[in-house]
Structure formats: C-alpha cells, structure tokens
Design a protein around this ligand. Sequence first.
Ligand code: NAG
Ligand code: NAG
Ligand code: NAG
Ligand code: NAG
Ligand code: NAG
Ligand code: NAG
Length: 529
Amino acid sequence: MLAALISFSFFLLSVPVTGSSAFETKCLAFKPEKFVPGATRNVLQYVTANTTLSFPDNVASCNRGTQAVAANVCRVALSIKTSGHSNITFEAWLPEDWSGRFLATGNGGIDGCTVGIKYEDLAYTSSKGFAAVGSNNGKNGTDGLPFFNNPETVIDFAWRSLHTSTDAGKSLTRELYGESHSKSYYIGCSLGGRQGIKSAEKFPGDFDGIVAGAPAVDFNDLVSWRARFFTITGAVGTSDFIPATAWKTWIHDEVLNQCDTIDKAKDGIIEDPTLCKFDPSTLRCNGTSTTNCLNDSQVEQLKTIFSDYRYPDGTLIYPAMQPGSEVGAVDRLYAGAPFAYSEDWFKYVVYNDPSWDASKFDLEDTIAADKLNPGDIRTYPTSLPGFERKGGKILTYHGQQDNQITTFNTIRWYNALKGRRSTEAMDNWIRFFRISGMNHCNSGPGAWVLGQGGNAAAAGVPFERETNVLKAVVDWVEQGVAPSYIEGTKFVNDTVSLGVDFTRRHCKYPLRNTLVGADFKNPDNWECK
Ligand SMILES: *[C@@H]1O[C@H](CO)[C@@H](O)[C@H](O)[C@H]1NC(C)=O
Ligand SMILES: *[C@@H]1O[C@H](CO)[C@@H](O)[C@H](O)[C@H]1NC(C)=O
Ligand SMILES: *[C@@H]1O[C@H](CO)[C@@H](O)[C@H](O)[C@H]1NC(C)=O
Ligand SMILES: *[C@@H]1O[C@H](CO)[C@@H](O)[C@H](O)[C@H]1NC(C)=O
Ligand SMILES: *[C@@H]1O[C@H](CO)[C@@H](O)[C@H](O)[C@H]1NC(C)=O
Ligand SMILES: *[C@@H]1O[C@H](CO)[C@@H](O)[C@H](O)[C@H]1NC(C)=O
C-alpha cells in the first residue's frame, strides 16, 4: 500500500511534459559547473537540429569556423582546472534523444583547437544518441608553444584531459538525464587513436568499447621517425631533393607497377603493403633514361625511407614507411621542410629550447625523447590486463596508405600485444582491420568511409555494424557480436550525395584481401585469406 502510494506520488511528480520544451527547460536550468570539480561555465545552450554553430573563441590557427548540428542537444562548455598551471576546455553535447550510451571523442596532431575539440565528432555521435564529450586536450591552437616550460599541459595532452573529460561527462550525463549511462565508448584517430589505447592502459574502467584509428602508439619514437624525414630528403631546392611532382607521378607509378597486382586487382590500391618489396633501383638513371629517373643518392634516399629506422646495433626504433602512400606523404613528410609537430615537440617539450634546429635532428634526439617520455605519453602497452579482464573491446583500424603514421607500426604493436597468444585469444577483445586505399584516418582511393567520424562523408554510411566501426564496437560490447570484417564505402568523388562508387570488405588482421573474381568494385569478388 505504502509502496503503491510512493510510486503513485512519484508518478505525479515526474509526469513528463511532452515535446522539446521539456528537455529544453531541463537543459537551460542545468547547473553543470556544480557537478565537475574545478569547473567554470562557458556555455549552456539548447541547440536544435540543423543549427549551424560558430565558435568565436577559437584561435586563428585552428581555422575552425562552424559546425552543423544534426540533433537537438543540450550543449555544455566548461573550463576545468587540471592543476595549478593547467586547464582544459571541455564540451558535452547531450542529445535529447539519448540512447543511454556515453562517448568521449579524441584529438589529432598536436592540435588543441577550441578549441581542438572535434566538433564534427560531437555532432556525429550525439546524432547517433550518444551523450558525447570532447576537449581541447589541454591547449589551444595547432602549435606547441603552450607546452613551453609547462609540464602540466603536457600531462593533460598525454592522458589527463581525456580522463578528466570522461569523469566530467559521466557526471553531467547522470545529472542531466537523472540516470547513469549504460555503456561507455571512445572514438578517435591518430593522436586520438593513441589516447584510446592510453586510456585502456591507464584507466581500464573508463570505456567498455574503444575505436582507435591509426593509433600514434610508441609516440616518442613516432615523433622522431617523423622528424627524420627532413634530414633524409634535405630542404626544398637542395641538390638531391626530390620534388613533389616526382613523388606524385612517376615514383608512385613505379610503386604501383611493382606492387598493385599482388592482390590480383589492378585498381591503384595495394591491399597488403607488407608484401610490397619496392625496389627503387629500377628508377636509376642510365644511358638511355635521363629524365624521370633518380641518381644514386636519390635511390639511397628512397631505400632509407622504405627501410626500418634502427639503432646502430640493429634494434628497431620505428618501422619503415609503407610503400603506396607517396602521393599524400609529399605534403608533409617528404616536403623538404621540418615536420611541424615533431619540430614543436622537440622545441617546447623535450628540450624547452625554441632555438632547437630541426635540420640537425639525429639519433641523440631520438634517444633523449624516448628516455624523457614526457607526461608518460609513450603508449606502447604489451598487455592490457585490466581492460581485457573487465571485458572491454578494442576495434583498431589503420589506412594502408597512411601518409603520416606507417601502418607497419600498428602491425608491430598488435604483434607485441599478442606475444605468444593465439589470434583467437586476441579476437576476444581486440581486432585490427587494415583499410586498403585509406590515407591518414580518412580520404584516399579506397573504400575508406567507415563511420569513423572526422567529417561529413564519414557519417554517410549506415549506422550498422557491417559498415560502421562505431556501431561494430557497440554491438560487440552489448550483444557479443564481434566484427569479422568492416565494409568500407567509396563515395563518388568522396561526396555522399553523388552516391556510392564501390564498397570493399576490409579484413581482420592477419588476414589479407585477394581478388577472386573479375570486377574489383564488387565486394563479393574479394576474399580474406
Ligand atoms: C534537418 O534538415 C534535414 C535535411 O534538410 C531535414 O530532413 C530534417 O527534417 C531537419 N530536421 C529538423 C529537426 O528540422
Ligand atoms: C588556462 O591556462 C592558461 C595557461 O596557464 C591560462 O593562460 C588561462 O588563462 C587559463 N584559463 C582559464 C579559464 O583558467
Ligand atoms: C583556450 O581558449 C579558451 C577560449 O578562448 C580559453 O578560455 C582558455 O583559457 C584557453 N586555454 C588555455 C590553456 O590557454
Ligand atoms: C642527383 O640529381 C640531382 C638532379 O635531380 C642533382 O641536382 C644532384 O646533384 C645529383 N646528385 C648526385 C650525387 O649526382
Ligand atoms: C634504364 O632506366 C630505365 C628506366 O629509368 C629502364 O626502363 C631501363 O631498363 C634501364 N636500362 C638499363 C640498361 O638498365
Ligand atoms: C568528380 O570529380 C572529377 C574531377 O574533379 C570531375 O571531373 C567529375 O565531373 C566529378 N564527377 C561528378 C559526378 O561530379
């Protein structure tokens, strides 16, 4: 009787007001700063679907003007103190049509655009019903200057910003909706892929499912590997410098000439670059050819780029660039200029010396960076016992013509994690998909759209586990249905409205794709072997 009375009066008190206005009212009455230690409020706003938000606070280098919002959300923006000398800029997009799921988004490069927040990923995931959060990862702008003599900001960047945002976001979710989230997810690529793996290592309780694209694991050595290209290629205009047009045309053509059809498809896409033993000496100038050819020192340059980076005793530092990525890699790594992220990392993080000269980078710098391991950013776990034990799932993917992080490093890391275990044992909790014809996180000639976020096209595929990496990890966590492949989509001119050009099922490592029929655009004509 009493119970019935209580539940009756509860019913009276909580009788829902229908329509948007109820949620809007609740949103605008929310006091988010009350629930997050060290927080001050920047924005509280109810945003309706199809609004285009602009970001007046954003620093100029972010070049981040607007974001279309795809669902009705309660938008919360806070500044959160992380130490006496550091703070993060945080946002939560809490959708009116909430699935009960929580999700955190990652960052990229050494960005922190107000602010580093990947608004496109907040828009994408909140429209799929996730209560989504993102942060500037501790700093604003694309350069490394905010790290200068500020180790607390480096710690934010390495792991604390994501963990703080996750704690904050889970609290806000509980307080706004009046109940805790059901399951918790993470999505990110590049630096964001690393953030996901770091979280599984350091805070295994934070997420149930993680999508980690092109993970920047072994971060210290990655920074050095990237810094080294400038010393291999030399500066633009120096005597042996190979111009971009050469890389984009006849050098890339020769890579394809040697490797495109190993997978039986002449489609300009190398399914498995580990099988491509590119030999640049076929491009050496000789009596009959003097144009579109390389002299001896240029041939050596290519051999160095396509070889592993090793210590003098032969120990591996970081694996070779995979062949096939030339067209994209010239934009930055082979551009004959310092790679900005690496240059800033040495100047403002490793040495705190703005006069550090990128052209003098050498092995000593590699050793110094790795030894210092700023903010514990390394991220090269060879086991993830806490995450695995609690039943967490990781879906990692990597573009096979990634022009900024060689996919060979993800293979190396996966195998280090695997150790002596069977593939089946790994399949229970981590699966790695190699995405042929994909550049760094997105774009490229292949079927690269996988629902990985990042831009409009990435959200253009059905939210189904076969075609969407985020839904794949959700179904794996919640239904125990693990993905055995990811079917990527290539839109005509990478424009969703122009329709689908072709799709292809990308295999779970260590399987590789081989064409077994005639038309390479037909996904049924491929087999994972
Ligand atoms: C948003 O725009 C799309 C496409 O223009 C339209 O289909 C949808 O109904 C709009 N949604 C709202 C809530 O206005
Ligand atoms: C965040 O920290 C930076 C660097 O210390 C400082 O310039 C800025 O004023 C701080 N912002 C807030 C809102 O505390
Ligand atoms: C980043 O920019 C925001 C908005 O201008 C500002 O409030 C915040 O203090 C900045 N953060 C840092 C660490 O400088
Ligand atoms: C290699 O060829 C370039 C022109 O492509 C030339 O400038 C350079 O001097 C040559 N280097 C050697 C060692 O012959
Ligand atoms: C000379 O180089 C061209 C391509 O640069 C190659 O096709 C040809 O076989 C080479 N000739 C000899 C004799 O090596
Ligand atoms: C796709 O892009 C190419 C090159 O930019 C252009 O020639 C072609 O017309 C475009 N196709 C469509 C269907 O828009």
